[in-house]
Design a protein around this ligand. Structure first.
Ligand SMILES: [Zn+2]
Length: 81
């Protein structure tokens, strides 16, 4: 497996969507290749950061949003249904 193969398989690898043979090849390659090991590490961090960002959106509107704006948007949403 080449470095290019690792980068193209990486999204599926991290989602557990690769078969065991490809997974084993990626793990062998990243164990031996500093560049790919670092790439995988940063890729995981990026995914974790974006998931954290979405979680905070799901948790509700940030407190910096004015209350009357939240009320107006809520009223508009209520009016359209
Ligand atoms: Zn590599």
């Amino acid at each position: 497996m080449t470095c290019r193969d690792v980068t193209s398989f990486l999204p599926n690898y991290l989602h557990g969507a690769l078969d065991t043979e490809d997974t084993a090849e990626i793990e062998q390659h990243t164990a031996a290749c500093d560049n790919c090991r670092e790439f995988v590490r940063e890729y995981r961090l990026t995914i974790a950061a974006s998931q954290a960002a979405f979680r905070s959106v799901d948790a509700g509107a940030p407190s910096a949003v004015p209350d009357d704006l939240v009320r107006d948007v809520g009223a508009d949403l209520g009016a359209s249904t």
